[in-house]
Write a protein that binds this ligand. Structure first.
Ligand code: HAM
Length: 448
């Protein structure tokens, strides 16, 4: 049977898999520097987490969720995003009761949306994101933008455009919704069926419509900037002033409304056009939300956060030749000269692995030359050869693949021998005894 992967999903392997791991590790590391801590909600949630959390008028809830009834007759959904899950996790486990505010969490993993697969758009993709919960201020909003910007810079995406907008408070959005309803009432019968239901549910969503024929109506629609309440305007001014003070470049884009219902006040998106000029869509996005935790019967805490799309980030890194250089390498490759020595090879590999060395072994012994080729291909620093003579004398031959120097070593002494080789390999050539082979930061060197 010729079984393929599900439409809209993709396999990750080889160099690309290394890139995912590196990018996710770097993101986590920087989030930790900003004092965010890791959380891992399940992939599967009861559907109401998203119908209540993300909102009935969003495309995600209306059209894109992978929802099914489980054997206990409960409606379950594969998460289409993380923010609602984090709210459920925090309220259910009462994390607010024992921790100082803001609660700062980061997460990473697959999300599922039944969208039309196209460039930069998958049905299963990975997000890395953060949520900062419990502090309602311009500085909390800005801290998340600084974190996202720092991450993007650190992975090599220098020319990121940050699009920024304010969706204002409740008063702002009520007034703005009214203005949109009045404006679109004249055109709505000529607009797409989606816009017609958006008109009833949440006219703000009309601004997200991608149908070409509707754009002529949308471009002249009232702008939210003209409806910001005094408080929201002050808060937005503060966000902009803080970003400028921190030298974070941004562009105000008052057409940015975001596709999820929970946002209010500050919203933002990160865009990057690779040198190939391909448009994958935003590499990340987020913003402030006011009432989400209340939806889960938690305290009335607001939050702010963002999520990156890892696939899109890896795509632009690939296009611009910026993928982290992670070559898989081994400390040693164990080469039995005969099939009957494979078990001994496995024992030796296991002994070295326990000591923290990365070691592989050859399961199909062949001519020495071709096994050396395999060691080279695997980027192994040493080859360890097990032959008849060696086994009789409980020794192995260990060869440095770089210098070609080889020695016979007792198996009992192999770990010490390798430790010695490895530490002398890293020893600083000034003779100070430190183990920094390239750029030495030892006390002696700093003094010089
Ligand atoms: P979002 O804009 O729906 O926001 O998704 C965030 C990012 O996920 C997007 O900017 C994009 O990079 C990536 N993404 C979205 N859809 C796809 C897709 N079909 N294929 C590949 N990548 C995709 C959220 O999910 C919010 N939860 C963000 C947030 C966190 N807001 C506050 N906190």
């Amino acid at each position: 049977m010729d079984v393929k992967n599900v439409k809209g999903t993709h396999d990750v392997y080889g160099e690309e898999a290394n890139a995912y791991m590196e990018v996710e590790n770097l993101m986590s590391h920087i989030a930790e520097l900003f004092a965010f801590r890791n959380v891992r909600p399940p992939v599967l949630e009861y559907s109401e987490v998203f119908t209540r959390g993300v909102g009935e008028s969003s495309d995600i809830v209306r059209k894109e969720m992978y929802t099914f009834t489980d054997k206990g007759d409960r409606s379950c959904t594969l998460r289409p995003e993380f923010t609602a899950c984090i709210m459920r996790l925090v309220t259910q486990n009462k994390l607010y009761a024992t921790n100082e505010l803001p609660l700062k969490y980061y997460y990473c993993g697959p999300v599922f949306r039944y969208e039309r697969p196209q460039l930069g758009r998958y049905r299963q993709f990975n997000q890395f994101g953060v949520e900062s919960i419990g502090v309602n201020s311009a500085s909390a909003d800005v801290e998340t933008i600084v974190l996202a910007y720092t991450i993007l810079q650190s992975i090599g995406l220098e020319n990121v455009t940050i699009k920024l907008n304010s969706l204002g408070d409740e008063e702002t959005r009520n007034n703005y919704r009214e203005a949109l309803k009045q404006y679109f009432a004249k055109y709505i019968e000529d607009m797409c069926p989606d816009c017609q239901s958006r008109f009833e549910l949440n006219p703000l969503r009309i601004l997200d419509c991608k149908v070409e024929d509707d754009k002529k109506y949308i471009q002249n629609a009232p702008r939210i900037a003209d409806y910001l309440s005094k408080n929201s305007k002050e808060r937005f001014d503060e966000v902009k002033a803080l970003l400028s003070a921190l030298s974070i470049p941004f562009e105000v884009d008052d057409s940015l409304v975001r596709g999820l219902d929970y946002y209010s006040e500050t919203v933002y998106e990160f865009h990057y056009t690779s040198q190939k000029g391909l448009n994958y869509g935003a590499v990340g996005a987020g913003g402030h939300y006011g009432n989400l935790m209340k939806e889960f019967n938690g305290p009335d805490y607001p939050g702010v956060g963002f999520s990156f799309g890892i696939e899109r980030i890896v795509s632009v890194l690939t296009d611009d030749d910026l993928l982290p250089d992670v070559s898989n390498s081994l400390t040693a490759y164990v080469m039995p000269m005969d099939k009957s020595y494979v078990n001994s090879a496995l024992m030796i590999a296991s002994m070295l692995r326990v000591e923290g060395y990365s070691v592989d072994l050859c399961y199909e012994p062949s001519k020495l030359g071709s096994m050396f080729k395999k060691a080279e291909k695997k980027n192994s620093k040493y080859a360890i050869i097990i032959g008849e003579n060696e086994l009789e004398s409980s020794t192995v031959v260990i060869k440095n693949m770089n210098t070609q120097v080889q020695e016979t070593v007792k198996i009992d002494n192999l770990v010490d021998y390798l430790d010695e080789l490895e530490s002398s390999d890293h020893e600083c050539d000034c003779g100070c005894g430190c183990h920094e082979d390239h750029e030495c930061h030892c006390h002696e060197h700093k003094e010089k």
